[in-house]
Design a binder for this molecule. Structure first.
Ligand code: ATP
Length: 244
C-alpha cells in the first residue's frame, strides 16, 4: 500500500473479543483499494474475529475500525452495503438456479439488475453459460464461489472479505479463484482473505500478515518477479504457529 492511498479497510490498535475476553489484542491492519491482503495464523489466532469486526458483528473495546470511512459499530448496515463477504462455505438457495440466486440476492441487497447484467456477472465470474440456468444443488464448491464472486461483481462493492476461500478447492479451481481475485483487484476492490493456504496466498496476495494471539507479528509485501520468498514465508508461518 502506498503511503498516499487511503485504506479502505482500516483497523488500528484494536482490542476486541467475546464475552469480555479479548481475542484481538492491539491489531493494526490496513488494506487499500486494489490490494489483496492475506491474513494467516494458527487456529484460534483471531482471523475470523477480524472479519467479524469489520462486518460489525464484533465491537472494538479499544482502537479504530473503519470501512470506507464508516465505523461498523456505528452503522453496520452502511458498512455491509460496501462489503461482499464470502464465507468458507457459500450459502445459496439450493432449489434455485445460479441466475435465480443472483437475481434474488441482488434484490435482497437492494440492487436489482436486469437479466443481461446478471448473466454478464455470472460469466465475468467464470461460470460457464451452460451452468447459469442449472440448480445450484449440484454445484461444486468452486462453482458456488463463482456465484458469490458474481454477486460481488454485480454489486460493485469496494471491499471483499473472504474466509478460507481455497480450502477444499482442487488446484485448478484454486488457480481460477486466484485469477478472479486479480480481476476484482483490477477493479480497485480492497480484498482481505483469511487463510491457512500459504502457497495460495503467495500466489495472489500483495501483502501477507501473520496473526498471533490477536495481533500482527509479521507483515511481508510482494516484490520482484518471484513476489515472495516462500521459504522465508514458511519460517514466518511456523514462528506464528508456535508463537516464537
Ligand atoms: P480458525 O483458523 O480455527 O478458523 P481463527 O483464527 O479464525 O481460527 P477465530 O474464529 O477468530 O479464530 O477465533 C478466535 C477465538 O475466539 C477462539 O478461541 C474461538 O473459540 C473464540 N470465539 C470465536 N467465536 C466466538 C464466539 N462467537 N463466542 C465466543 N468465543 C468465540
Amino acid at each position: 500500500m502506498s503511503s498516499t492511498t487511503t485504506p479502505l479497510l482500516d483497523v488500528a490498535d484494536v482490542a476486541a473479543g467475546y464475552n469480555g475476553l479479548d481475542i484481538l489484542n492491539g491489531l493494526t491492519l490496513q488494506v487499500a483499494p486494489g490490494e489483496i491482503y492475506a491474513l494467516l495464523g494458527a487456529n484460534g489466532a483471531g482471523k475470523t474475529t477480524t472479519l467479524n469486526l469489520l462486518l460489525g458483528f464484533v465491537r472494538a473495546r479499544r482502537g479504530r475500525v473503519r470501512v470506507g470511512g464508516v465505523d461498523p459499530a456505528q452503522d453496520a448496515a452502511a458498512v455491509r452495503r460496501q462489503v461482499a463477504y464470502i464465507p468458507e462455505n457459500v450459502a445459496l438457495y439450493e432449489h434455485l438456479t445460479a441466475r435465480e440466486n443472483l437475481d434474488y440476492l441482488l434484490f435482497l441487497a437492494g440492487q436489482p439488475q436486469d437479466a443481461a447484467a446478471v448473466g454478464a456477472a455470472l460469466s465475468g465470474a467464470g461460470l460457464d453459460a451452460a451452468a447459469h440456468d442449472r440448480r445450484v444443488a449440484g454445484f461444486s464448491k468452486g462453482m458456488r464461489q463463482k456465484v458469490a464472486i458474481a454477486l460481488a461483481l454485480a454489486r460493485h462493492v469496494p471491499a471483499l472479505l473472504l474466509d478460507e476461500p481455497t480450502s477444499g478447492l482442487d488446484p485448478q479451481a484454486a488457480a481460477e479463484f486466484s485469477r478472479l481475485l486479480g480481476l476484482l483487484r483490477a477493479r480497485s476492490v480492497a480484498i482481505l482473505m483469511v487463510t491457512h493456504d500459504l502457497l495460495g496466498a503467495a500466489e495472489v496476495a500483495d501483502r501477507i500478515g501473520f496473526l498471533l494471539a490477536g495481533r500482527l507479528v509479521e507483515e511481508v509485501r510482494a516484490s520482484g518477479s518471484d513476489r515472495f520468498d516462500v521459504r522465508a514465508l514458511q519460517r514466518h508461518y511456523a514462528a506464528a504457529e508456535v508463537g516464537a
